[in-house]
Write a protein that binds this ligand. Sequence first.
Ligand SMILES: C[S@@+](CC[C@H](N)C(=O)[O-])C[C@H]1O[C@@H](n2cnc3c(N)ncnc32)[C@H](O)[C@@H]1O
Length: 191
Amino acid sequence: MENNNRWLNSRAEGGKVYDSRFEELQKSGVDVHGEASFVMEYRPNTVLDAGCGTGRVAIELARRGCRVVGLDIDPLMLNRAKEKAPELDWRSGDLAVAQLNRQFELIVMAGNVMIFVAPGTEGEVVLNMSRHLLPGGKLVAGFQLGRGLSLQEYNRACAEAGLKLLEHYAAWDRKEYLPGGNYVVAVHQKD
Ligand SMILES: C[S@@+](CC[C@H](N)C(=O)[O-])C[C@H]1O[C@@H](n2cnc3c(N)ncnc32)[C@H](O)[C@@H]1O
């Protein structure tokens, strides 16, 4: 599956270049922690940052008091995360099959993770993430629509994995989602 991964096949940059975009945004006064603020509204103690990349979201969540684990398939991105926060728990693996042997109160997939997984593995990824959720736990995903995964397809994968749609928004600031929108932040819950 790793060879078909859309992120590994398309990214040209390492973690430092990836981070520099957010550093520039932050310097210009943009709030680059919308994902962490969104997640913190559910007050989770334990969070899996699934597709954590350079740890952008996980590090901020840890700073705000969560116990986080970051999981990613890309060694370049993970190396950067480890460099920035060696004290945190970083794991290497494919979201479709990784087994961390523990469950979390919340799993966040920020930054388009769902549209970068290997085509055809979206259902496996959602199912595997649901196995890593505690009962009542939440799966939070933000991704662009119209790039290989529709909201209907994602909702169906969640339903098949036993996750119910709680709410969805057009952005991390909880702007209302309107049909036909080009981005969604979806929150599903395990029974
Ligand atoms: C655009 S980056 C987002 C990184 C981070 N979540 C953020 O918001 O900054 C997408 C990340 O998803 C990871 N990813 C894609 N498919 C994956 C998979 N099947 N298993 C683990 N990580 C995956 C990539 O390696 C990459 O680091």
